[in-house]
Design a protein around this ligand. Structure first.
Ligand code: TXA
Ligand code: MG
Length: 354
C-alpha cells in the first residue's frame, strides 16, 4: 500500500496530520477521509488535474460529476450563481449535514470537476475531521465516495484500503461512519426542487422546509430508457459478486420463501447467503445468515448495509437473498441502494398467491 495511514477520532483531531493532508490536497494529491455519510476520496475541487486523478483512481467515467465539499457557508457564493431562498432555508436547517444541493456553477469550478455540466453539487459535511481537512486544503474539496467504481461505498477505513490503498496519498481513519448511506441530493437548478438521490434526510423532511418537492423520474421508474438526472445514479452500483435477490411481502411469507429457496439451493450443491434483520435472523436454518441491523432502529440497517454486501464478497456464496427493508424514515434510501445492488431483482410473495 502506498498511502500514508493516519488515525484519529472526531473528538480528538490530529491537527498536524490534518495540516499535512491539507498540503497534499493543495499540491494536487489525493486524500481519503471520513464524513458522517461514507468515506470520501478527496482532491482539490478547483484543480482540474486533481479531478482527473480522482476519476482515474476510482475507475469512474469522467462524465459523472463530483460533489464539492465546503466547511463554511461563506465559501458558497464563490462557486455557485444565485442561491434560491428555499435552498438557503434548507442549508440553515440541515447544513452542516448529510445534504447535497445542486446549483448553477461559477467559472471558478472547472468543468472537469462537474463532469462537463454547468451545475455543481455542494455539500457541507458535519464530521469535524472532514471540516478541518477542507479548511487546511483551502476550502473546496471534490470528493466522491472512496470506493472503486461499482463497489459498495466505504463505511470504514479498511474498505478504502481494500479499494484504493495504492491509488491515494493518504487515508485518514476516523473510525466507522455514523450514517452509512450517501447524502440526500436536491437539485435547485429547476423551478421546483428535485430529489436526485434519497438519503438520511427524507422526502418528508424536505417537504417540511421546501413545500413542493419532486422525486427524479429516474428514481421512480426502473425502465432503462428513463435516465436519472444524477449521472451516477444510472450505473448499476454496489453490485455484490453473487446474484442478489430481494424478497418482499408479509414477514412470515418472506421467511418461508427464503427458507424454501435456500433449501433448494443447498440440494443443488450451492451456498446461499441471507441478509436479515436482527428480529428475524434466527429463523433461517440454512445458509450463511448476516444480520444487518434492527427494524426497530432503522439507522442500524442503513449503517451496516454496505459492510454486509462487502462481507458477502469475501464468502464463497453463489446466491444471496435479502429481506426488504421499507422502514418508516430511511426505507426509501435503504431500498434505493439495495435494489440497485440487486439489479432490481425482486421476488414478491403476495402476488404469487393471487
Ligand atoms: O455522502 C456523500 O454525498 C458522499 C460523501 C463522500 O460526501 N459523496 C458521494 O459522492 O456520494 P459520489 O460521487 O459517490 O456521488 C455523487 C452523486 C453522483 O450520482 C453524481 O452523478 C451526482 O452526485 N452529481 C454530482 N454533481 C451533479 C450535478 N451537477 N448534477 C447532477 N448530479 C450530480
Ligand atoms: Mg459513489
Amino acid at each position: 500500500m502506498k498511502a500514508i495511514l493516519v488515525t484519529m477520532t472526531p473528538e480528538h483531531l490530529n491537527i498536524e496530520a490534518l495540516k499535512q493532508a491539507g498540503q497534499i490536497l493543495k499540491d494536487g494529491g489525493l486524500v481519503a477521509f471520513p464524513t458522517e455519510t461514507v468515506y470520501g476520496l478527496g482532491g482539490n475541487a478547483l484543480d482540474p488535474k486533481a479531478s482527473m486523478k480522482i476519476y482515474a483512481a476510482k475507475g469512474r467515467p469522467s462524465d459523472n460529476p463530483l460533489i464539492v465539499h465546503i466547511a463554511d457557508l461563506d465559501s458558497l457564493p464563490a462557486i455557485v450563481k444565485n442561491i434560491p431562498s428555499k435552498a438557503s432555508a434548507l442549508a440553515e436547517k440541515y447544513w452542516p449535514g448529510p445534504l447535497t444541493m445542486i446549483f448553477q456553477k461559477t467559472d471558478l469550478v472547472p468543468l472537469e470537476t462537474t463532469g462537463g455540466l454547468d451545475s455543481v453539487a455542494v455539500r457541507f459535511p458535519s464530521d469535524p475531521i472532514a471540516q478541518s481537512l477542507i479548511r487546511f486544503a483551502g476550502g473546496y474539496v471534490a470528493a466522491p465516495s472512496a470506493n472503486t467504481s461499482g463497489r459498495p461505498s466505504p463505511t470504514m477505513a479498511e474498505h478504502v484500503e481494500e479499494d484504493l490503498g495504492d491509488a491515494v496519498d493518504m487515508i485518514i481513519d476516523g473510525g466507522p461512519v455514523g450514517i452509512g448511506l450517501e447524502s440526500t441530493i436536491v437539485d435547485f437548478t429547476e423551478e421546483i426542487p428535485v430529489v436526485l438521490r434519497p438519503g438520511y434526510i427524507s422526502l418528508e423532511m424536505l417537504r417540511e422546509t421546501l413545500g413542493e418537492v419532486r422525486m427524479d423520474r429516474g428514481l421512480l421508474i426502473t425502465d432503462s430508457k428513463v435516465h436519472p438526472k444524477a449521472p451516477g445514479m444510472k450505473y448499476r452500483h454496489y453490485a455484490p459478486k453473487a446474484d442478489l435477490s430481494i424478497v418482499e411481502g408479509r414477514e412470515e411469507e418472506v421467511i418461508a420463501r427464503i427458507n424454501q429457496m435456500a433449501e433448494k439451493a443447498r440440494e443443488e450443491g450451492k451456498t446461499v447467503g441471507i441478509i436479515a434483520a436482527e428480529e428475524t435472523a434466527e429463523r433461517y436454518p440454512v445458509g450463511i445468515v448476516k444480520t444487518i441491523g434492527k427494524r426497530s432502529e432503522e439507522e442500524t440497517i442503513a449503517r451496516h448495509l454496505y459492510e454486509v454486501l462487502r462481507e458477502f464478497d469475501k464468502c464463497q456464496v453463489n446466491e444471496i437473498y435479502s429481506e426488504a427493508f421499507y422502514t418508516p424514515r430511511m426505507g426509501q434510501a435503504i431500498m434505493n441502494r439495495l435494489l440497485k445492488a440487486a439489479g432490481h431483482k425482486i421476488i414478491k410473495t403476495q402476488e404469487e398467491q393471487k
